[in-house]
Design a protein around this ligand. Structure first.
Ligand SMILES: NC(=O)c1ccc[n+]([C@@H]2O[C@H](COP(=O)([O-])OP(=O)(O)OC[C@H]3O[C@@H](n4cnc5c(N)ncnc54)[C@H](O)[C@@H]3O)[C@@H](O)[C@H]2O)c1
Length: 337
């Protein structure tokens, strides 16, 4: 059976990706260090599958080499990372460790491994590396202009990956995706936080004037794109992955209030509350995903209306998901600078 290593598979996108890979009959080894954003609730659907194995390991650790050589994966999807911009503002150190030194360690081992065995590394990155895109949409050849320590650490890792492709000829590809939403996302992020507050009759905190605009993609669409890139993508290339649909935070909040109002009686305290903005907050990200569409034949299938409904329904049915996380991690305001 074909084996795949997914790093960061206890997190949001990693656990959704593993689910999809198992459904396509891959054997998946999930390598995760178990951090505050990890959740075993995310793997409960497949934790007993004969196609799944979890190994606790930090990608900075040399134990990673043993795992790679033992399981001999035909592919590695690297999703292990510190991911919350606000946390990177408060304490960038972990971001440098995991997102830069961790990727460096992975690259060193993968360099050796890929000389002996046929394999591919898919490094998962973000649209945030392009910085503010006030007009138009950024294509893959746009300059990197990261604004937060998070985005800068991801940018550094992308550059490391492409330098290893050029210098050591490793078989690797970088993907840059826009803002994901869907089941199993940590409620420090906007959409699951708003749903948590709606379900608990709390105000909906929105940074600044609420006009910050993001391109929202349903997580399953992202995971399908990653598998497409793995199968058909060209080594050394970068692929943007987006939905082409931008909404600002205010529009997202209003949409959520509308959808939840059809399912539950909304409490009186559920009202938009503008709070102090995040320092350095980018106004807009927007990707041009024409390349993956024309070269690999992928495009996002879920429109925002459908996706947000599926998302609300999942959190509504899985209220225990929130209980499995530390309340402090859900409600504490971070990244005030
Ligand atoms: N969420 C988004 O909207 C989005 C968009 C584009 C790209 N990405 C990228 O996708 C990847 C996954 O994001 P997510 O939202 O699922 O994140 P997440 O925070 O939900 O999960 C990250 C997982 O990685 C693990 N991890 C962190 N550092 C590690 C290390 N050093 N060794 C092993 N495991 C480690 C954590 O324990 C956690 O389980 C990240 O690389 C992120 O930059 C995310």
């Amino acid at each position: 059976m074909n084996k795949i290593i997914v790093t960061g598979g206890l997190g949001f996108i990693g656990s959704n990706l593993i689910n999809l890979l198992i459904s396509k009959n891959y054997y998946v080894i999930n390598v995760d260090k178990i951090s505050y954003s990890s959740n075993f609730y995310n793997t409960k659907e497949f934790k007993n599958s004969k196609n799944y194995k979890f190994i606790k390991c930090d990608i900075v650790d040399n134990k990673l080499k043993k795992i790679i050589f033992k399981y001999k994966p035909i592919g590695i999807f690297n999703l292990a990372a510190e991911t919350h911009v606000d946390r990177s503002i408060d304490n960038p150190n972990n971001f440098i460790q995991s997102n830069i030194l961790g990727v460096f360690n992975l690259l060193e081992h993968f360099k050796e491994y890929s000389k002996k065995y046929n394999s591919k590394l898919i490094h998962i990155s973000t649209d945030e590396v392009y910085g503010d895109i006030l007009n138009g949409r950024s294509s893959e050849n746009y300059a990197y202009q990261p604004s937060s320590p998070y985005a800068a650490s991801k940018a550094a890792s992308d550059h490391l990956v492409s330098s290893y492709v050029r210098t050591y000829k490793i078989p690797a590809i970088v993907t840059n995706c826009s803002n994901n939403y869907g089941p199993k996302q940590h409620p420090e992020k906007l959409i699951p936080k708003l749903i948590y507050n709606i379900l608990n009759n709390k105000p909906l905190p929105i940074y600044g004037n609420g006009k910050n605009s993001r391109e929202w993609i349903y997580v399953k669409d992202h995971c399908e794109a990653l598998i497409k890139v793995f199968k058909k993508g060209k080594i050394g290339e970068f692929y943007n992955i987006g939905s082409n649909k931008n909404l600002n935070n205010l529009q997202v909040s209003k949409e959520l209030i509308k959808i939840s109002g059809k399912k539950i009686k909304i409490g009186k305290r559920v009202k938009i509350l503008f709070i102090k903005d995040r320092p350095g907050h980018d106004v807009r990200y927007a990707l041009n995903s024409g390349k993956i569409k024309s070269k690999l034949g992928w495009k996002a299938r879920t429109n925002f209306r459908q996706g947000i409904k599926l998302t609300f329904d999942w959190y509504f049915k899985n209220k225990n998901y929130y209980k499995s996380l530390s309340k402090k991690d859900i409600v504490k305001r971070l990244g005030k600078g």
